[in-house]
Write a protein that binds this ligand. Structure first.
Ligand code: MG
Length: 258
């Protein structure tokens, strides 16, 4: 009895040892390089982290140009730490172009907003501007607080392509936020898609687009496709929508290239 217990214990410890040897040492799976760069975090997302490029700090539109004439400075009106869409001048976009990035942006539908459906505080963030007009990938801005429209055209949607997972819209007059991770599409040498664009969006801190794949840039009519698209960095564009409702405002915009 004594002997068989001892034998058993020996066999067991041998088995444990063999297993440990097979799995290696804990250190084998510890990674030390490359060391991630140090970024000084901010107390909240309205304040950019230390490595962000500030696209609007409340003072001026020096980081922006007119989308239809990139030589012209952005003409939207800056006042009180925010800027407001000027529908008579057209879309504005960033001077700089970006490929993959993290973006924070705050927007506000005016408290006195009028109109219905899509014609109620409509603007938008083109995550990659593809030129003049509304060419690009539009993250929709529109009043979605008790304002009915098609669900793939509400706030938090990738316009006419991806319905948001939830509707965390605040009332007109209240500031709202988008936090976006944009991964640009890549293309093969023959122009076909290698990896489609992917986007993640938090709307007022609520996840509304979860790393979704896009089928191409936004189209007002017809299904999206990548036909004729090119790779490379693109500006971020804000929409001066042609509806008759009161114009939206923006503040606290920053971007981190990935
Ligand atoms: Mg829009």
């Amino acid at each position: 009895m004594k002997i068989s217990l001892l034998t058993g214990a020996l066999l067991l410890s041998t088995a444990v040892l063999a297993q440990a040897q097979q799995a290696g040492k804990p250190e084998d799976t510890e990674v030390y390089e490359p060391v991630p760069k140090v970024v000084t975090a901010s107390p909240n997302l309205a304040t950019p982290p230390s490595d962000a490029l500030v696209l609007f700090d409340g003072k001026d539109l020096s980081q922006w140009v007119m989308a239809d004439d990139r030589n012209a400075p952005a003409k939207w009106k800056v006042s009180g730490g925010m800027f407001t869409v000027d529908k008579t001048t057209g879309n504005i976009e960033t001077k700089k172009a970006f490929t993959n990035y993290q973006l924070h942006l705050e927007w506000r539908i005016p408290a006195n907003i009028s109109g219905t459906g899509q014609a109620r505080g409509n603007s938008g963030v083109f995550l990659a501007s593809l030129g003049k007009g509304d060419l690009g990938y539009e993250l929709q801005i529109v009043d979605s607080y008790q304002n009915k429209t098609y669900v793939n055209g509400m706030a938090g949607s990738i316009y006419k392509q991806r319905v948001p997972l939830a509707n965390p819209a605040r009332k007109p007059g209240e500031w709202q936020s988008y936090d976006v991770v944009w991964m640009a599409p890549t293309f093969k040498a023959d122009g076909s898609v290698q990896t489609p664009a992917r986007v993640t969006v938090f709307f007022n801190g609520v996840l509304v687009q979860n790393n979704v794949e896009l089928a191409g840039p936004t189209r007002y009519i017809g299904p999206p496709s990548y036909e004729g698209q090119k790779a490379g960095p693109a500006p971020i564009k804000l929409q001066a929508h042609g509806d008759k409702s009161e114009p939206d405002s923006f503040r606290n915009i920053w971007v981190r290239e990935l």
